[in-house]
Design a protein around this ligand. Structure first.
Ligand code: AMP
Length: 423
């Protein structure tokens, strides 16, 4: 017997019970981006590996352990993108989009990213993300707060819930973090022998990364580590307080977490993650933050950025059944076709009917010609079609309204007008 080929570990099939839900989320995202003047962009799924090393950082798990490298075909070394920000900033610089005077630049995207993680509930190797990057010479406080509001409000609208909060921190500038790192080193040194091998490496490379460790004993140790707030400069503290106050006044529930660092090296200043409050899923629905030096470090102008990304798989997981059903309904065909007349003449009319429906933007589907009427009605009900359109032996048409259980007889030439009236 031949071996069944299965999908790779940590990937998902979006079969017809899930595909429309994913599509609707991305459609809603595009609509929301456009509502907020965010330009829609797409970038390659793979980039030169050095892009991620220079931005995400080689002390991070994302680059160190989780990068999917492509087999080298004699060109540059390539990797599948493990996130979007680096690629978007590369796009911005390479296409000289900064030449436009219309600041701030706002880009929105969605698509797959890849991380070689241990697959488990809510953690995949192919992850669907959607997000925004905003770039400006100097990000003002409105743009910063607006970005976090967008981040929170789209999820609130999509999930139709108030049950969300933003976990937030300010990780300061390079100098602030350097002081924090020194004290973190002093603190973790005492505990290092009891910590996991990854943390021992992180201790050498970048002790901030220890705060991201998912090992339970290490989390306990890290919970007593020095917090960043003691090192923040006065203006950083003030900025953070103002951001938090504006968010709270805008009805966004926030929880300050002075240990929140996020798993990517380019962040500076405010960082944030979105969670369900008292929800089943303890994992972040999305995350983001400000990055002061990324554009400059990649050879672009001296500009700041702020952005966020949702895990769309996780948004799908926490979407209520009611919302899922709403989304699925949007993709059900309006009309189900059936013909009693299977002669060449009948089939010619049948094709004509399908063309009329297409031209009038009426979605439709049909069963194969072997099916009888009663099993076709059952199939149309399963498909949640509103109408069954029957081509009779004499080439007239019977339209059955499947919801109201009523019917009328019309001519083929009257189909377009009939459906225009029902709209
Ligand atoms: P990150 O930039 O790593 O914080 O990723 C942003 C968001 O993407 C996270 O908050 C998650 O919602 C989602 N995400 C990241 N990694 C995974 C994964 N392996 N599986 C599912 N979702 C993920």
């Amino acid at each position: 017997m031949s071996e069944n080929i299965t999908k790779p570990r940590g990937t998902q099939d979006f079969c017809p019970d899930k595909g429309p839900i994913y599509r609707e989320i991305t459609r809603e995202l595009d609509r929301y981006f456009t509502l907020h003047g965010i330009k829609l962009v797409d970038i390659p799924m793979f980039e030169q590996t050095k892009l991620f090393i220079r931005t995400v950082g080689d002390s991070t798990d994302v680059v160190n352990k989780e990068l999917f490298d492509l087999v080298n075909k004699g060109e540059s070394q390539y990797s599948l993108r493990p996130e979007f920000t680096a690629g978007i900033v590369r796009m911005f610089i390479e296409n000289k989009l900064y030449a436009s005077p219309d600041l701030p630049y706002k880009f929105g995207y969605h698509g797959s990213m890849f991380r070689y993680e241990r697959p488990q509930k809510g953690r995949y190797r192919e992850v669907h993300q959607g997000g925004v990057e905003i770039l400006d010479k100097k990000l003002d406080i409105f743009t910063t707060v607006d970005c976090i509001c967008l981040f929170h409000n789209f999820a609130k609208k999509l999930l139709n819930t108030d049950n969300l909060y933003v976990s937030i921190n300010h990780i300061g500038c390079d100098e602030t973090r350097e002081k924090w790192k020194q004290d973190l080193r002093k603190y973790f040194k005492k505990h290092l022998k009891n910590m996991c091998p990854d943390c021992q490496r992180r201790f050498e490379q970048n002790p901030l990364r220890i705060l991201d460790c998912k090992v339970e004993d290490d989390i306990k140790i890290a919970s007593n580590a020095p917090t960043v707030d003691q090192y923040l400069l006065k203006e950083e503290k003030n900025e953070f307080e103002l951001i938090c106050s504006l968010l709270t006044k805008n009805n966004i529930k926030i929880k300050k977490d002075p240990h929140l660092v996020r798993g990517l090296d380019y962040y500076t200043g405010v960082v944030f993650e979105l969670y369900q409050d008292n929800g089943d899923l303890q994992l972040a629905l999305g995350g983001g933050g400000k990055y002061q030096n990324l554009v400059k470090n990649l050879g672009g102008p001296d500009m700041e950025g702020i952005g966020f990304s949702y895990g769309l798989d996780r948004l799908m997981m926490v979407l209520s059944q009611e919302r899922k059903d709403d989304f699925l309904d949007k993709f059900t065909p309006e009309v189900f076709l059936f013909t009693f007349n299977k002669t060449e003449k009948g089939l010619t009319e049948y094709i004509k009917i399908s063309n009329i429906l297409e031209q009038n933007n009426i979605s439709f589907t049909y069963a194969n010609l072997d099916k009888n009427l009663s099993s076709t009605i059952k199939q149309a009900d399963r498909e949640k079609a509103k109408y069954l359109l029957i081509l009779n032996e004499d080439l007239t048409v019977t339209v059955k309204n499947l919801l109201e259980r009523t019917q009328v007889d019309i001519k083929v030439s009257e189909i377009a007008k009939y459906f225009e009236r029902t709209k």
